[in-house]
Design a binder for this molecule. Structure first.
Ligand SMILES: Nc1ncnc2c1ncn2[C@@H]1O[C@H](COP(=O)(O)OP(=O)(O)OP(=O)(O)O)[C@@H](O)[C@H]1O
Ligand code: SF4
Ligand SMILES: [Mg+2]
Length: 330
């Protein structure tokens, strides 16, 4: 029926804090095609993690999804009961985080943890679960799986622990995987290995992947399409190649210019200005206080996301009047 595995429309997730209402995700729409690798990028605080948590319906208090649709294979997840969602998590949709410890329990050994996930979602004869755990650990590249499965999370190095967390996420063969900064805490070489592993597993298990990161280098390598978030809103969506070569939103241009390049003796350019306060975000276009192209309309009217070329969407009043600089992907 639909070729989209995920369809997010008008999603709003706010945090009702004592200081005021934090509009963390404020009317976000995008979709994910089956088997696609989509990047979700933006500076710290732009709403990447909260978007993922909203899809899984695990937004912590005082956060609340207040509006929108999250269609997964045509079914609105926001209409499901908590019990139905529990079934979805792990068996259909999984997430891995920057800190693998957050999805692993320090008290149980790896075998017990993976076995519990398998048994929670599948009817596998108990005797077969051990075989399945070993297989999973082998698939994520843990040597001597049979011995190591008896160890506890703290006995694994950072990279190995992330592999265990990935094995846990894969235990029920999800069709959609969110990877939220999965390699930020790892050394560069280990980082590359874990990214390669994710790419291989995506293919092997026919998964659709949402890769969350602020690292444009990782995004270039890992994704075919990108959603750029700024202060809880989408500012641009395009194929990875197009977005790098021809960004159409001033914020995307700034993000690309901030990428350190090995072939240029360029120091990291930080995007000038501060990330806005999401309790009282700037009026109109939220990027206007930092945008050198801003006009009066930008302060007054919220730009809508429009398709300016096939599969290239931008939310900027001035896109027709400005010429922006891209970066070559490699
Ligand atoms: N528990 C919470 N209580 C109040 N505000 C929150 C809470 N969790 C997130 N927020 C706010 O929601 C906004 C979006 O946060 P989110 O974690 O989604 O950002 P992010 O894009 O993932 O950033 P990072 O790159 O730092 O991970 C931020 O302004 C943050 O302060
Ligand atoms: S709408 Fe205006 S302020 Fe916002 S990015 Fe475009 S030009 Fe800049
Ligand atoms: Mg985050």
């Amino acid at each position: 029926m639909t070729e989209n595995i995920l369809n997010i429309e008008g999603l709003k997730t706010y945090f009702f804090t004592e200081a005021g209402i934090v509009k963390a995700v404020d009317d976000i729409s995008f979709n994910l095609k089956k088997n696609e690798s989509l990047g979700l990028v933006g500076e710290s605080g732009s709403g990447k993690t909260v978007t993922a948590l909203s899809v899984l319906r695990i937004v912590p208090k005082p956060g609340k999804i207040i509006d929108g649709k999250v269609e997964f294979n045509g079914d609105d997840l926001l209409e499901k009961t908590e019990k139905e969602m529990q079934k979805m998590r792990g068996s259909e949709i999984a997430i891995i985080f920057q800190d693998p410890s957050s999805s692993l329990n320090p008290v149980y050994n790896v075998e017990t943890q993976l076995r519990d996930v398998i048994l929670a979602h599948q009817t596998v004869p108990k005797a077969e679960t051990r075989k399945k755990v070993i297989e999973l650990l082998e698939v994520v590249g843990i040597p001597e799986a049979e011995t190591r499965m008896r160890e506890y999370p703290h006995q694994f190095s950072g990279g190995m622990k992330q592999r265990v967390a990935i094995a846990r996420a894969l235990a029920c063969e999800p069709t959609l995987l969110f990877a939220d900064e999965p390699t930020t805490n790892l050394d560069v070489t280990i980082q590359a290995q874990v990214l390669n592993l994710l790419n291989d597993l995506k293919k092997k298990f026919n998964m659709s992947l949402v890769m969350i990161t602020h690292d444009m280098g990782i995004i270039a390598e890992m994704t075919t399409r990108i959603v750029v978030l700024y202060a809880g809103r989408v500012c641009e969506i395009a194929k990875t190649h197009d977005l790098f070569e021809r960004p159409r939103h001033p914020y995307t241009e700034a993000l690309l210019a901030a990428v350190p390049r090995l072939d240029m003796k360029k120091t990291l350019r930080i995007i000038p200005g501060n990330i806005p306060n999401l309790i009282e975000p700037p009026s109109g276009c939220r990027f206007h206080p930092r945008c050198k192209h801003a006009k009066n309309t930008c302060k007054e009217k919220i730009p809508v996301l429009e398709e300016i070329e096939p599969e290239h969407f931008v939310a900027c009043h001035e896109w027709q009047n400005i010429s922006l600089k891209g970066e070559r992907k490699h």
